[in-house]
Design a binder for this molecule. Structure first.
Ligand SMILES: Nc1ncnc2c1ncn2[C@@H]1O[C@H](COP(=O)(O)OP(=O)(O)OP(=O)(O)O)[C@@H](O)[C@H]1O
Length: 245
C-alpha cells in the first residue's frame, strides 16, 4: 500500500528553484530515505509533504490527503522532526513531552520515550541548557510522542555521539516494526545503508534515482573503483564529474 505519493513537485523561493521535479512513492511500513547534496531540495520536499510549505506545482497525497487542505488531520497522523527545532528556552524536557503528548488523542507513553532517548536524567533540565545532541534526542522523542502513522525525520542523528546514533537507529527500527512508515532525510551513508529500505537520490531539485541501497551500489557506473560503497554510488549520481576525486 502506498502511503505517500509525490508527483512532479515544484517549489521555488522567489527566483530560487528549490524543487524542480520530484516524484516518489512511499509504501506503508518502509523506511524511505532521501539523500543528496546541501541545497538540493530535501528539506523543502519534506516540508511540502507535511504541509509546512505550500508547493508551487505537482500533487502530494499523504495517507490519501492533500497536505495543503488537510493540515490539521495530517498533524495528528504525521510526526515531524525537523532540523534545528526550537523550543522555548525555559521549557523543561518533561514539560515539552507532556505538552506535546497533550495534543494527541492517543499519545505514546512519553516517559518510556524519554527513557528510550536517554533523557530521563535530564527530565528537569530546561531546553536552553541541553547539549546539541540532547536537543536532537528531544526533537526525535517529540516527533514520536503522538504515536504517528508516518514519521518524518530530517537529519535524524546529526550531532549525536556514536552510541546515541546506534540507539536512535534501533529506536527507528522499533518504530517501523510497530507499523510506522518512516521518511528519513540524511547525509550519512552508513545510516542510509543500515536503516533505509529504499532511497531517493536528489540532485538540484530533481530525483536522479530511487532504489534499494544495494541496487544503487550494484547499478553504479564506477570505473576504477573495485569495491564501490553507497557513498561512491550517490556521489556519482549527484556529482558525476567529481565523484572519483
Ligand atoms: N526559506 C527559504 N528562503 C529562500 N530560499 C530557501 C529557503 N529554504 C531553502 N531555500 C533554498 O532552497 C534550496 C533547497 O534548500 P533545502 O533546504 O530544501 O535543501 P536541502 O537539500 O535540505 O539542503 P541541506 O542538505 O543543506 O539541508 C537551497 O538553494 C536553499 O538556499
Amino acid at each position: 500500500m502506498t502511503v505517500i505519493e509525490v508527483s512532479k513537485l515544484q517549489k521555488r523561493y522567489g527566483d530560487q528553484v528549490a524543487v524542480r521535479d520530484v516524484s516518489f512513492e512511499v509504501r506503508a511500513g518502509e523506511i524511505f530515505g532521501i539523500v543528496g547534496p546541501n541545497g538540493s531540495g530535501k528539506t523543502t520536499t519534506v516540508e511540502c509533504l507535511t504541509g509546512l510549505r505550500r508547493a508551487d506545482g505537482g500533487t502530494i497525497r499523504v495517507l490519501g490527503l492533500d497536505p495543503d487542505l488537510a493540515r490539521a488531520e495530517l498533524r495528528r497522523q504525521v510526526g515531524i522532526q525537523l532540523q534545528e527545532s526550537q523550543l522555548p528556552d525555559r521549557l523543561k524536557v518533561w514539560e515539552a513531552l507532556d505538552l506535546y503528548s497533550s495534543f494527541y488523542a492517543e499519545p505514546a507513553d512519553w516517559r518510556a520515550l524519554m527513557a528510550d532517548m536517554g533523557l530521563s536524567a535530564k527530565r528537569n533540565t530546561v531546553f536552553a541548557k541541553l547539549s546539541g545532541g540532547q536537543k536532537q534526542r528531544l526533537s526525535i522523542a517529540l516527533a514520536l510522542v503522538g504515536n504517528p502513522r508516518i514519521a518524518v525525520l530530517d537529519e535524524l542523528t546529526t550531532g549525536l555521539d556514536p552510541q546515541a546514533r546506534r540507539d536512535t537507529w534501533q529506536l527507528v527500527r522499533d518504530v517501523r516494526d510497530r507499523g510506522v512508515t518512516v521518511v528519513l532525510v540524511t547525509h550519512f551513508m552508513d545510516e542510509a545503508e543500515r536503516l533505509c529500505d529504499r532511497l531517493a537520490v536528489i540532485r538540484a531539485g530533481e530525483v536522479v534515482a530511487i532504489d534499494t541501497p544495494a541496487n544503487l551500489v550494484a547499478k553504479a557506473e564506477l570505473p576504477g573503483i573495485a569495491r564501490p560503497t553507497l557513498e561512491d554510488a550517490v556521489l556519482a549520481l549527484t556529482n558525476p564529474t567529481r565523484a572519483a576525486a
